[in-house]
Design a protein around this ligand. Structure first.
Ligand SMILES: C[S@@+](CC[C@H](N)C(=O)[O-])C[C@H]1O[C@@H](n2cnc3c(N)ncnc32)[C@H](O)[C@@H]1O
Ligand code: SF4
Length: 431
């Protein structure tokens, strides 16, 4: 297919690798230890693979919650944390993100014990950022989250009109979810983020406009606004009636994004990533875009200098690996310097602004020498502002990153996650 060839050409040009080949190889402990120690900063990701429902559009690794699975998972996570404890050797962790699935399914069901192990074994010098489902945010649970030290909370609201909530099969009404957000907003989190999906079937501009005004009125600090992505292995991805003309989709998304940007910018919010708008003066709800991270739990991914690896997606296989005393790594890939630089640039662009000196600090090379000509071209096209020290993505550039995501990342995620869902220990995955 033509799109496959283009993807391969772009990947080759930026990474210098003929293909990105993930293999069923567990990185050796000495390399992991050495890479961890060489890093200046590192983030921690903990994956909670449980939900009380399976949404028809969702690509993430999850299964239906059960008390028994949660209990076994808790033990396995604690074992994985213990395994890394010696390798970390007191290394400072500067960000902590708990994602899923739905992490709040495990409130009172093992989450506390996992956090206790993380804080006992790692040198945590950071706040906790956690995802949640609206139906879990009773007054009692919000207080429990605060008592655990959570100050950055994200809620998967997804839509604020009943007809769209119904299409997405979300188990609440717009009136109900608004009350929940107001309740959460009253708890004074440092940053309350809501996730919102746009470009839903038949959605109008007026509906998007009304929803964004409503979010701001409800007192949120940040909104992550995603267009509805179609991952081929999800129920929506398989439903051909939902597949739409790619060009028409691009134009429609652009129209919705313009509305969303306009309202947030005129309401004291600024863009804090390709997707997110954060109230000025608020520290953003963190994302997974930190330059290096250690991932714990089923499907947790770790990026440590020249190695990237992913744990098995299957909860039972993950638990079994922990019982056998082995690292639950299913796939890994060694990265050339050029591939690391390309990955660095991709994620920094995703964050919409970065300092060129951060590149030199990380790679010991001049950013302008490596990417100067490419940046000049993007600057000329109006996609970014490249001044002497800082590069900033423009709104036009952001829009094209959205389109690029649809073309590139969705395909990669589909291959890597799709295969890992089917097979607990795949032989290899080639991107
Ligand atoms: C792990 S979920 C959030 C927490 C919780 N599980 C929930 O659903 O409320 C992460 C977010 O990814 C976004 N998401 C999931 N599938 C998506 C898709 N197909 N297209 C766009 N956004 C999607 C949703 O906004 C969702 O809130
Ligand atoms: S959207 Fe959230 S609740 Fe729904 S399946 Fe995905 S992770 Fe679970």
């Amino acid at each position: 297919m033509i799109s496959e060839i283009i993807r391969k050409q772009i990947s080759r040009k930026f990474t210098g690798l003929p293909e990105l080949k993930f293999e069923n190889v567990v990185p050796d402990v000495e390399t992991v230890h050495k890479n961890l120690q060489e890093l200046n900063t590192i983030g921690l990701y903990l994956h909670i693979p449980f939900c009380h429902q399976i949404c028809p559009y969702c690509p993430y690794n999850k299964e239906i919650f059960s008390d028994d699975a949660a209990q076994q998972y808790t033990h396995a996570v604690i074992q994985e944390v213990q395994k890394y404890s010696a390798l970390m050797a007191g290394k400072k962790i500067s960000s902590f993100y708990i994602g899923g699935g739905t992490p709040t399914t495990m409130l009172g069901k093992g989450l506390e014990q996992m956090l206790e192990a993380v804080y006992r074994h790692f040198n945590m010098e950071c706040a906790i950022h956690i995802e949640s489902h609206p139906n879990h945010l009773s007054d009692e649970n919000l207080n429990a989250l605060k008592a655990l030290g959570v100050n950055y909370l994200s809620v998967g609201v997804e839509a604020l009109q009943d007809r769209h909530l119904k299409v997405l099969e979300r188990p609440y009404t717009s009136a109900g979810v608004k009350k929940i957000i107001e309740r959460a907003a009253g708890k004074n989190f440092e940053c309350l983020n809501i996730d919102y999906i746009f470009d839903l079937p038949g959605q109008t501009c007026d509906e998007v406009e009304e929803a964004v005004h409503e979010m701001i009125r409800l007192g949120i600090h940040q909104a992550a606004t995603y267009p509805l992505f179609h991952f081929p292995y999800t129920r929506f991805g398989k439903d051909t009636t939902l597949h739409r003309n790619a060009v028409a989709t691009m134009f429609r998304r652009r129209k919705f994004l313009k509305i969303i940007e306009g309202i947030f910018y005129s309401s004291g919010f600024e863009r804090s990533s390709v997707w997110a708008f954060t109230q000025k003066g608020t520290e953003k709800y963190c994302s997974v875009t930190v330059p290096s991270y250690l991932g714990i739990g089923a499907s947790g991914g770790s990026y440590l200098r020249d190695i990237f690896y992913v744990n098995t997606f299957n909860v039972a296989a993950y638990v079994k690996a922990a019982k056998n005393g082995r690292l639950p790594v299913a796939l890994s890939i060694g990265l050339s310097e050029k591939a690391q630089m390309a990955g660095w640039l991709y994620w920094r662009i995703y964050e919409t602004k970065f300092r060129k000196s951060d590149f030199s600090d990380r790679f010991g090379l001049s950013f302008d020498k490596e990417y100067g000509a490419f940046m000049k071209m993007l600057d000329f096209m109006g996609f970014l502002d490249d001044n002497n020290s800082i590069v900033r993505l423009t709104d036009k550039g952001t829009y094209w990153i959205h389109a690029f995501e649809d073309f590139f990342s969705i395909d990669y995620i589909n291959k890597l996650w799709g295969t890992s869902r089917e097979n607990s220990w795949p032989e290899e995955v080639i991107l």
